[in-house]
Design a protein around this ligand. Structure first.
Ligand SMILES: Cc1ncc(COP(=O)(O)O)c(C=O)c1O
Length: 460
């Protein structure tokens, strides 16, 4: 949300456990020159995250240069699935760089061939062709292009509508932002493409009706003829809340897309690579989309993303018409191959599933204790804790903000609140986190709620 952190160091209680170490004021006084330089030379829009200056990160911990150490509940922003700074990934990057192939554009390379093959082998039928890109937003742009190309071929110019969901986030480029479902983020576009339509996301909390009928009703209200839909794009779970749709809804949507020759696109940029307790998030629904989009956790490190899809769809564009300067950059490919190897070999999806059970059980217990928690969503090692006014669903962004700040001051690192009203505290540790560290983090979160709310009660 559009809030800013004050750069005024404040005294915080020191903490020393095997996992956490807080030994300075916060923000760290010695870090202020760095923070001020960033404020001087970067746009205001870059200021959204807590003023922790990362020095190094290893496994599930983040360190600054002044002796502080956090249990990381951010994974950057759900990037470091295989853990931060893993030796195997560092060595793969260093080895590739030492071999002096740092870039090769779309010219063939052996390492790119290995990565696309690896992804195709891990993905189910029919997701057997893979196009590598750099960011998640680019994969969404590519999906829009493929949906519209497919629509043009299947139904002519009328078949161009892209349906997506309210409150969705798909990135910040022109197309991906229009596929998004957050009106405030789209104001700058001014003349929105009417070919992008959003329908309610069936989260069962902010949208009570999670039946598939609601999807068809919403299209009707938007005056959309199903025959004119080129594609339906959905995050596998909504990033802003961590909410999943009911499996029955997604299965009905799968059938609906097939019936109407619309492509179903799962944006797995957050959900992929084990995060949700399965290798691919869409497995929770018992469906396979026509296109799946990956990013973030794919390399646990360097920027790389991928569109995987049905061969006939991926081959719609002629040779030379889906390129990108850094597609399949060899150093990024090396990082991705090493990260995927770790995720598969160490069965990190299973770890996310096992520890996720503890995480969600404790969060639901916390919800029972505090009426200020309206909803707990997510699966595996991703959770969203929605802060609300007790007895209502009104988002309480101030509470979420205070909880995140307090957790950081106690040595548990999270990114700023996300989602509706900026009121969701999002939990997404690296998938290599140990049970003891997860439990310690949960105790910190519980303390943060208890202390923040008793302080509120005292001043009321
Ligand atoms: C579901 C989803 N799709 C797409 C994106 C955009 O990815 P990127 O920031 O790499 O462009 C994000 C980023 O948060 C995301 O969560």
């Amino acid at each position: 949300m559009s809030r800013d952190y004050a750069l005024i160091p404040k005294l915080v209680r020191h903490v020393e456990t095997p996992y956490r170490r807080i030994v300075t004021d916060f923000p760290v006084p010695e870090s202020l020159p760095i923070l001020q330089k960033l404020r001087a030379y970067e746009p205001i829009a870059m200021r959204g995250q807590p003023p922790v200056v990362w020095d190094r990160a290893e496994g599930f911990q983040v360190y600054d240069a002044w002796g502080n150490q956090w249990i990381d509940w951010s994974s950057g922003v759900l990037i470091a699935n295989a853990g931060h700074g893993r030796r195997e990934i560092v060595e793969a990057i260093a080895g590739q760089a030492a071999g002096r192939l740092l870039t090769n554009y779309c010219f063939p390379s052996e390492i790119r061939s290995r990565l696309v093959e690896k992804l195709a082998m891990l993905l189910p039928e029919p997701l057997k062709k893979v196009f590598l890109l750099t960011t998640g937003s680019e994969t969404v742009e590519c999906a829009i292009k493929l949906c519209r190309s497919h629509g043009l071929k299947a139904g002519g110019r009328e078949k161009h509508i892209i349906v997506s969901f309210d409150k969705a986030f798909h990135g910040r480029t022109l197309g991906s932002q229009q596929a998004g479902g957050i009106a405030a983020l789209k104001e700058w576009i001014v003349n929105l493409d009417p070919g992008f339509v959003q329908v309610p996301f069936p989260d069962g909390f902010r949208t009570a009706d999670s039946s598939f009928d609601a999807f068809e009703r919403a299209l009707c209200q938007h005056d959309v003829d199903p025959q004119n839909v080129a594609g339906v794009i959905s995050e596998t779970y909504q990033g802003g809340s961590a909410a999943f749709a009911p499996a029955a809804y997604m299965q009905a949507l799968r059938q609906w897309c097939t019936k109407h020759q619309a492509l179903l696109v799962c944006d797995e940029v957050q959900a992929g690579f084990g995060r949700t307790g399965k290798l691919w998030g869409f497995e929770h629904y018992g469906i396979v989309p026509d296109l799946a989009l990956f990013g973030k956790g794919m390399s646990s490190s360097l920027p790389i993303s991928a569109v995987a899809g049905r061969s006939d769809v991926m081959d719609l564009q002629p040779a030379g018409s889906m390129t990108s300067t850094h597609t399949g950059n060899p150093v990024c490919c090396a990082a991705a191959l090493a990260s995927i190897e770790l995720i598969v070999q160490e069965n990190l999806a299973e770890n996310a599933h096992r520890l996720g059970a503890t995480l969600h059980e404790r969060l639901h217990a916390l919800q029972s204790a505090f009426p200020e928690i309206g909803d707990v969503a997510g699966k595996g090692l991703v959770a969203g804790v929605a802060c609300v006014t007790p007895g209502k669903k009104d988002p309480d962004g101030d509470l979420a903000w205070d909880i995140v700040q307090r957790c950081i001051e106690k040595g548990v690192l999270m990114f700023s609140p996300v989602g509706f009203g900026g009121a969701t505290v999002k939990i997404s540790p690296p998938l290599v986190i140990h049970s003891a560290a997860l439990l310690e983090g949960l105790s910190v979160l519980e303390e943060a709620f208890a202390e923040t709310l008793s302080q509120r009660a005292a001043v009321a």
